[in-house]
Design a protein around this ligand. Structure first.
Ligand code: HEM
Length: 444
């Protein structure tokens, strides 16, 4: 069968479109060509796949469908040989090393400081103050990640936030270039990359040095300092640095953006807002949340799952096979770039009736567990499924519950906010909210 899709003749205009507006470009490919759509990234052939079974094949068979080599080139200058850029046995080994930090038993311990940090942040917000949500909320969730994984505090890491924000922008700018320019050419991107890597390296090395006191801090860095590589040798500082940088990048604004969308939708939909308020009042009764409360904050979690359906932050991911493959009845050459997109599948009207509407009820009684696979997969799937999924859901639920419990946030403008995709799925405008503190709950 011939693969439907774009012709090499439109490669330049397609690339311009992809660069300017990737979300609408892939939407167009899907609606025009269906579940398998060929396109070109510069000289390279790519295929957008939205058929759930084929998405499963791509994501689950990591030994054949490895990390996309083009994306690897974009990420490597930052994350080196961290977990997201490795393949095969090296990747499996890295997953094992980081697993304890994300283990269920750790989440229990993380709850206390998530609640503490959320409370400190809420207390910092003044009555009547206007918040730029996409800045203040990711700042909070990033503090949590840094504390959970590196046992580090704000004063240890300073504020690497701007550098990380620019890092994500640089991914967006470079990953769509047909051939990234060599690092010695002094383009703005290359100069920024060098400066930012230097800045982040200093932060990371300071964290590592703090852990070299012979004690086990019970966090990811201590685990890595005591770990051995596949050959049985201790990990080098470079290897540890690469994993830490990966966590910085992967955990930076993902949960924060999800929460920002959730708060935006609550401000737009009074019925949903009231239902979350009622649940939080019933379960918490005015006190701080604990780990034991989570199973009862069901509607709050349904809101977050629906946000992740409409706005999966990692909206598209890619793989490349290390051999010729057959997929969906088509034959593909080794190294073809395969793109799969939670965003596209989660907006399909045949999977989700009225897909643009915000309806947390879709997730009633954990309905998602019964859906066919790869219709809903905001955290990916297979051996590279998001390592931070449980941590992200934990902090999103706790922080959303606390904000709803204590604050009334009202938007200061009425223009709808739309998703805007670069490397991650972001927003087309700032979400500005005015703070109103409800009567202070007794237990705080
Ligand atoms: C709502 C928040 C989040 C979403 C939607 C999300 C989504 C994803 C997705 C879709 C992937 C798979 C990418 C692929 O298949 O190529 C992924 C991978 C990953 N995520 Fe997350 N993520 C979130 C939060 C976090 C957090 C808080 C951390 C930890 C700090 C984290 C750490 C990772 C890591 C380390 C990987 C790479 C796993 C591997 O390659 O084996 N994520 N994430």
């Amino acid at each position: 069968m011939t693969l439907p899709g774009r012709s090499p003749a439109t490669v330049i205009s397609d690339l311009r479109w992809f660069r300017r507006d990737p979300l609408n470009f892939v939407r167009f490919l899907q609606s025009e060509y269906g579940e398998f759509a060929r396109f070109y990234i510069g000289p390279f052939q790519a295929c957008l796949v939205t058929q759930p079974e084929a998405v499963g094949t791509i994501l689950q068979n990591a030994d054949v469908y490895g990390m996309d080599w083009l994306l690897q080139g974009v990420l490597r200058p930052f994350v080196g040989n961290g977990i997201i850029t490795t393949n095969g046995a090296e990747h499996r080994h890295a997953r094992k090393l980081i697993a304890p930090a994300f283990h269920h038993s750790r989440l229990h311990q993380y709850t206390d400081f998530i609640v503490q940090y959320a409370q400190e942040t809420i207390d910092e917000w003044q009555e009547g103050q206007v918040l730029h949500l996409q800045q203040v909320i990711p700042n909070l969730t990033f503090r949590v990640v840094v504390k959970a994984l590196f046992n580090a505090h704000r004063e240890d890491v300073g504020n690497p936030f701007d550098a990380l924000t620019r890092t994500i922008q640089i991914f967006g700018e470079t990953w769509r270039q047909p051939v990234p320019l060599p690092p010695w050419i002094p383009t703005k991107i290359n100069r920024d990359t060098k400066r930012i890597i230097h800045q982040l390296d200093e932060v990371i090395m300071a964290i590592i040095r703090k852990h070299q006191d012979g004690q086990d801090h019970g966090d990811l860095i201590s685990t890595l300092l005591n770990a051995v590589d596949q050959d049985g040798k201790p990990l080098s500082h470079r290897q540890i640095r690469d994993e830490v940088m990966t966590m910085f990048v992967a955990g930076q604004d993902s949960t924060g953006f999800t929460l920002s969308w959730a708060l935006y939708h609550l401000s737009q939909d009074p019925a949903v807002q009231e239902q979350v308020e009622a649940e939080v009042a019933e379960v918490l009764g005015g006190r701080a949340p604990t780990f034991a409360d989570l199973p009862r904050l069901t509607y709050t979690q349904m809101v977050i799952k629906e946000v992740l359906r409409l706005y999966p932050i990692a909206w598209m991911t890619s793989r490349a096979p290390n051999q010729d493959v057959e997929l969906g009845g088509y034959t593909f050459k080794k190294n073809t770039l395969f793109y799969v997109s939670p965003f596209l599948n989660q907006h399909r009207p045949d999977f989700f009736p009225d897909p643009e509407s915000f309806r947390p009820e879709r997730f009633a009684d954990e309905a998602e567990k019964k859906w066919p696979k790869y219709r809903y997969f905001p955290f990916g799937g297979g051996p590279r499924i998001c390592a931070g999924q449980a941590l992200a859901m934990l902090q999103a639920t706790l922080i959303l519950a606390m904000i709803v419990q204590q604050l009334d946030l009202t938007r200061v403008e009425s223009t709808p906010v739309r998703p805007h995709a670069v490397a991650a799925l972001g927003f087309d405008r700032p979400i500005l909210m005015r703070v109103h503190h409800r009567e202070r709950a007794l237990a705080y």
